[in-house]
Design a protein around this ligand. Structure first.
Ligand code: C2E
Ligand code: CA
Ligand code: CA
Length: 721
């Protein structure tokens, strides 16, 4: 049979092979997207990927067909051409479906390759059918079979390559992906041109679809459109890959953040056991270590002869002269000294021992395997020498010393009392004149014991009605009249008699009892004011507010409701806050002061001259009164310095429109000096001792209490408010 001689347009062939290669490249990319997405995302990638892949394979075929020419005019029926694209779509869908599986087994590879090969072959031969030749094409069936085999083999290679690629790290294999695309492109093109070789066109054939698709322009248009589709697909695919990489990076940084959080948590936990200023252990950690050490000792006592047993020593160290350093050089200087002390203590002990800071200037040393008593004493002596070395504060050099109490377990009693006993020994060392040490003796236990029992008595003192407020008049300097009274707490202990507030208020603060005690004081003062008011006396009462109360955010609210409850005007109440407490936490003080001033309560700065007020700060506080500390008043007659200070303070206070009260006035001489300086009010034993409310009422009623002096002011001064 005579066949028509066929020719190929060389650029068309090259273009078809390039398209096949590019389509393979994009398809490999897309297959990975299907795999790394899940759920709806995977389905979308699968559908979109199939369309792109089908279009790629199909356009390779179509461009290849268009580069083929016979001496007669050729064209392609639209319907059959579309059908061939559908066949390509089926093949692609199967291919991506198989590729999206997690693993590739032999059965899946065989079935997938067969289906894909069948799809590609179908596309090719349906596409050939679009030529609609009369008479029909003469087929070389061996070449047809070979083309189908090539299609299946190409599919198998493609799937194999894909899973091989996937085993590698994503994004790190562009060269391999390019190589495998070349192999696949060549295989697909090989299948196509083998298929073309299988076709023979008898002389005299006519193409019945010559008028349909077929011009060279169309070829370029199809090639271009396909390239655009493929490019878009590639870009989308790469974008998705980047998004995923970013997501993963974000996950990594999230994980990092989590780790940081954990580190922060650990740090916090650590801080719960560390004194932040000195870096030494705090009381919690100390007690924990002590428990363990004692448990070890107690175990060994049970086993070995007790003479050889280990001992645990506790050294209680309190600095002497620290407060003056803090007061005259400021908190920063105080902190520097504490830090230095901590370092020196650490240098004196072994790695296995523990140094802790448990109070402002109180330190504890825990010495495990303490050896003999002589060893502990030697350590105490070394600490004394070390702490007493001067401290360099830049421009200043200061000195402090230590008082040390030593207690040893098991010699000095049970484990839970060991710190209390070291504390008692420390007090004994202080009493011996400071800068020394004392070893615990059972007689010292009484003081510690006493504190413990006082503290437990204090808990019930209010409920048992043992607390009472006494009132000490403040006398207007000029008019010899009461300008008000200061409420001073008294504890009438059933066995010990009256206990000084200077003794039990610090105890209450230390053991967390000051809160309820403070509340009781507010109530009692208001109740008393209401009672006096009923008797016709409108008395102004000052109460002392502790540091603890000042920090209580509900203080203002408490005072306001209590005043209302008793129907007392807020302007009758005065709150005294010591200067050093006010300076401790400037912000809190300011907030509380402003809150109190707002509800109409007057404020007074107590013990003025002992703290470190800055003038600008003092001006900001809405205080009405300033009380000069009694230590200055005490020295007035003998010290020119004291006179200068008091004079300056009075001028300063008046410049700030504050009334000045001098407390602790005991002699006529002091009174005269103060009045000459223009002091507004006087308070002290010279005028009246603190007394019970009913005694005060009697005095107001004209019955002067026994011992109250016959007071006549020598200078006239007019009242400020
Ligand atoms: P403070 O606020 O400086 O109170 C004045 C202290 O000086 C009172 O001692 C008072 O009795 C005493 N005093 C009065 N006139 C003279 C005098 O002429 N010479 C001498 N040497 N002393 C005089 P008290 O009552 O023993 O109170 C001591 C401290 O206890 C008070 O010092 C105050 O800080 C605190 N305190 C007393 N009552 C309360 C209270 O109700 N609440 C709070 N938070 N603290 C209170
Ligand atoms: Ca006071
Ligand atoms: Ca005072």
């Amino acid at each position: 049979m005579n066949l028509l001689a066929s020719t190929y347009h060389p650029w068309g062939v090259v273009a078809s092979i390039l398209i096949a290669t590019f389509a393979s490249y994009v398809t490999l990319d897309l297959a990975r997207r299907v795999q790394s997405n899940s759920g709806g995302g995977a389905v979308l990638w699968w559908a979109g990927g199939s369309v792109v892949m089908a279009t790629g394979i199909w356009s390779m075929h179509f461009v290849g067909m268009l580069s083929f020419s016979l001496p007669i005019t050729l064209g392609y029926s639209t319907f059959w051409t579309f059908l061939s694209w559908l066949a390509a779509l089926a093949a692609s869908g199967i291919a991506l479906g198989v590729a999206s599986a997690q693993t590739l087994n032999r059965a899946r590879l065989v079935a997938g390759s067969l289906a894909m090969g069948a799809g590609i072959s179908a596309m090719h031969y349906v596409g050939m059918h679009a030529l609609d030749m009369v008479p029909g094409i003469v087929w070389d069936w061996r070449l047809v079979a070979l083309s189908v085999v090539i299609a299946v083999a190409a599919s198998a290679t493609a799937l194999g390559i894909f899973f091989w690629l996937r085993a590698m790290d994503e994004g790190k294999s562009p060269t391999r992906q390019m190589l495998s695309s070349l192999v696949m492109g060549a295989a697909i093109a090989g299948m196509h041109y083998t298929g073309m070789e299988a076709a023979g066109f008898p002389v005299g054939s006519v193409c019945r679809s010559a008028d349909a698709l077929g011009s060279d322009h169309l070829a370029s248009a199809v090639a271009l459109a396909c390239t655009v589709v493929l490019l878009l697909a590639l870009l989308t695919s790469q974008y998705d890959a980047r998004v995923r990489r970013n997501t993963r990076r974000m996950e990594v940084s999230l994980q990092q953040a989590n780790e940081n959080l954990k580190a922060a948590n650990d740090e916090l936990r650590k801080r719960a056991f560390i004194d932040p200023l000195t870096g030494l252990a705090n009381r919690l950690l100390f007690e924990d270590r002590l428990r363990h050490a004692v448990a070890r000792v107690d175990r060994s006592v049970g086993q070995v002869a007790s003479r050889n047993a280990e001992k645990v020593a506790v050294l209680f160290i309190d600095l002497d002269g620290f407060k003056p350093v803090n007061d005259s050089f400021g908190h920063a200087a105080g902190d520097a000294v504490l830090k230095e002390v901590a370092q020196r203590l650490r240098a004196e002990i072994r790695e296995s021992d523990t140094a802790a800071r448990v109070g402002g200037d109180e330190f504890l040393l825990l010495i495990e395997a303490a050896g003999s008593m002589a060893d502990s004493v030697a350590l105490a002596q070394r600490v004394l020498v070390s702490v007493a070395r001067p401290y360099d504060l830049g421009t200043e050099r200061v000195a402090v010393s230590a008082s040390i109490g030593i207690a040893i377990h098991p010699d000095h009693g049970p484990a839970e009392r060991i710190v209390i006993h070291a504390d008692a020994a420390m007090y004994a060392a202080k009493a011996m004149g400071r800068n020394t040490y004392a070893v615990f003796e059972s007689s010292m236990g009484n003081a510690a014991q006493e504190q413990m029992s006082l503290q437990s008595d204090l808990k019930n003192a209010v409920a048992k009605g043992q607390m009472e407020l006494h009132y000490q008049p403040k006398m207007n300097g000029a008019l010899a009249k009461f300008s008000g009274v200061e409420a001073l707490l008294r504890w009438n202990h059933p066995e010990r008699g009256q206990i000084s507030p200077a003794l039990f208020i610090p105890l209450a603060e230390r053991f967390g009892l000051i809160g309820s005690l403070g509340d009781w004081i507010i109530h009692e003062a208001c109740r008393q004011m209401a009672e006096w008011a009923q008797a016709g006396t409108n008395m102004r009462v000052a109460i002392n507010v502790s540091a603890h109360q000042l920090r209580d955010p509900r203080l203002v609210q408490k005072i306001e409701t209590t005043l209302q409850q008793h129907g007392v005007s807020p302007s009758r109440l005065l709150c005294e806050i010591t200067e050093s407490v006010a300076m401790e936490d400037v912000e809190t003080t300011q907030r509380t002061f402003e809150g109190l001033a707002k509800i109409g309560v007057f404020l007074s700065i107590d013990d003025f001259g002992t703290g470190f007020s800055s003038l600008s700060y003092l001006r900001k506080l809405p205080a009405r009164q300033l009380k000069i500390d009694k230590s200055f008043v005490l020295d007035l007659e003998t010290s020119r310095d004291a006179r200068a200070v008091v004079d300056a303070v009075i001028r300063l206070a008046h410049a700030l429109s504050l009334r000045v009260v001098a407390e602790g006035v005991e002699t006529q001489g002091q009174r005269d000096i103060l009045l000459k300086m223009g002091c507004d009010e006087l308070q002290g034993f010279l005028l009246a001792r603190p007394m019970a409310a009913r005694d005060l009422q009697k005095w107001i009623d004209g019955e002067r209490p026994t011992g109250a002096p016959d007071f006549t002011p020598s200078v006239i001064y007019s009242e400020l408010d």
